[in-house]
Design a binder for this molecule. Structure first.
Ligand SMILES: Nc1ncnc2c1ncn2[C@@H]1O[C@H](COP(=O)(O)OP(=O)(O)OP(=O)(O)O)[C@@H](O)[C@H]1O
Length: 292
């Protein structure tokens, strides 16, 4: 049995997720996966391969017609010990989602409430999940969270539409971190942003991960980005994980032909010298390039 001391945060075994419509779609097929405490795990693969279904499945965020038909998900909480995620329902499930696992989605405008101030939205999270926190405590925590993600505290009393896209995404990250989760699922968190802002947000995410130690499941079509920021990358195709490797292993010695095909579909990875250094950021991936 896995214990917290093994450093495993999330243990997924034989997970099967189907979409039950007129025709059943087998979106996730008997996936086994171990996510380590504090690691950034990238989920790579073409559109429709099941990345989001897998990530939402392990956090019980799926809605009908999605059905988990087999498998188990165990979250090794650093305080409470193992939690059988798939057996959670109602209040314990809602609490699990904010307190242990948080989500950052692509369009912050869709996740933030346009008619409620940022402060009130954070307040909502605290009053629901941290009822012991008084008004002063909530104010202090809200200010601290904004500072953490590099948003001026005076924005707390503003509204989502008054913020730039990058600022909004930072606020979303602050909300996700509000209850100090051990895992943050990020589904294309920077896709809607321009490249410069995207780089700033990515740098912020990796810095916060260093500082706070949460694990990240990072979903994106951007394989070069994953090579740069991930500790390990799972390559998915048609509901299965074909290969799970470090960026170095994947970049220099991918085992599965499909992984090689996927890498080859990014000219920036296979092109001429210097092509790994994208948009002024740190070189991707964080691996030594071969001299050839
Ligand atoms: N609500 C739904 N009803 C039926 N099938 C669905 C539904 N949502 C997703 N699917 C199917 O499940 C499979 C996996 O989809 P999923 O969105 O998880 O893939 P993805 O890799 O995250 O794709 P993308 O990168 O485009 O977001 C696809 O075949 C998709 O068509």
């Amino acid at each position: 049995m896995t214990t917290a001391s093994d450093g495993v945060l999330l243990e997924v075994k034989g997970l099967v997720v189907d979409y039950e419509g007129r025709e059943v779609v087998h979106a996730v097929k008997e996936v086994d996966l171990e996510l380590r405490r504090g690691e950034i795990l990238g989920l790579a693969g073409e559109s429709g391969c099941g990345k989001s279904t897998l990530a939402y499945g392990v956090t019980q965020l799926l809605r009908p017609p999605a059905v988990i038909t087999a498998g188990s998900v165990v979250f090794h909480d650093e305080v409470e010990g193992p939690i059988d995620v798939l057996s959670l329902a109602g209040k314990p499930l809602r609490s699990f989602r904010w307190s242990k696992v948080a989500m950052v989605f692509q369009g912050a405008m869709n996740s933030l409430n346009p008619v409620i101030s940022i402060r009130a939205q954070l307040d909502d999270v605290f009053t629901t999940h941290r009822p012991g926190l008084n008004k002063q405590g909530r104010r202090a925590r809200a200010t601290e969270l904004l500072r953490l993600v590099g948003v001026p505290a005076d924005r707390l009393d503003g509204y989502a539409h008054e913020l730039s896209g990058g600022m909004r995404q930072r606020v979303m990250i602050a909300m996700a971190l509000a209850l100090d989760p051990q895992l943050v699922i990020m589904d294309e968190p920077t896709t809607a942003l321009d490249v410069v802002v995207q780089r700033e947000i990515i740098a912020e995410i990796t810095r916060l991960r260093e500082e706070l130690g949460f694990a990240v499941v990072f979903i994106t079509h951007d394989l070069p980005l994953l090579l740069e920021i991930s500790d390990r990358i799972a390559v998915m195709r048609a509901g299965e994980i074909l290969e799970l490797a470090t960026p170095e292993e994947l970049y220099f010695a991918a085992r599965h032909p499909y992984s090689r095909q996927l890498l080859a579909s990014f000219p920036s990875l296979t092109g001429g010298a210097g092509s790994l250094d994208r948009s002024g950021g740190p070189a991707a991936p964080a691996v030594e390039r071969s001299p050839s």
